[in-house]
Design a protein around this ligand. Sequence first.
Ligand SMILES: *Cc1c(COP(=O)(O)O)cnc(C)c1O
Length: 219
Amino acid sequence: MSVNVKAYQSIVAALGPANVDLVAVSKIKPEADILEMYNLGQRDFGENYVQELCSKYEALPKDIRWHFIGHLQTNKVKYIAPFVHLVQGVDSFKLLQEINKQAAKNNRIIDCLLQVHIAQEETKFGFDEGELEKLLGSEDLGKLTHVRTRGLMGMGSFSDNEQQVREEFRSLKELYNKCLHQSATFTTLSMGMSGDYKIAIEEGSNMVRIGSMLFGERS
Ligand SMILES: *Cc1c(COP(=O)(O)O)cnc(C)c1O
């Protein structure tokens, strides 16, 4: 039993009134831990690895909403397309096209968040502001009838500089507000993890992805 029940209950108590959704990030953690949190009432879980997600999906209750939160390779979309609830972190149009194709095969419409690159750190993943505006304005997006873009996802810098992280979240929130004018399907701004979720909520997040605070550090 390594779930931190007290932390879970205090996070839920804080997020509920603020209308912020909690995704419990269970990557690398055993099924028993997920089940323990499920029994506390949690239904949204986030995973980063396709194979791990698929075997957890098979083993655990079917009313769990599985979020894919990491970098998703196009050749692996087919494995999660039958059941995934929300693909967070769509970082290319090519990936969106593949999700659309696999969703159609499964007679589903798959909800997606577009990942935006906000942190200082160098990373290959995520759209920048210009790319995002172009994508949302393009006719090509409208042709993808089996995906629904529900909002944006971003990760702040891994930094002790609170002001910097706050400014990153603030700029993502501003971008999100702009996108609301371009997209009728947007509802979700996913930002904030164990170390920075309070700042993220103050800056307008309505979905946080929290792992180590709930399940303990990952080895
Ligand atoms: C691992 C991970 C999290 C959770 O991180 P913690 O610091 O353990 O809360 C959130 N979002 C993404 C994309 C992750 O990969």
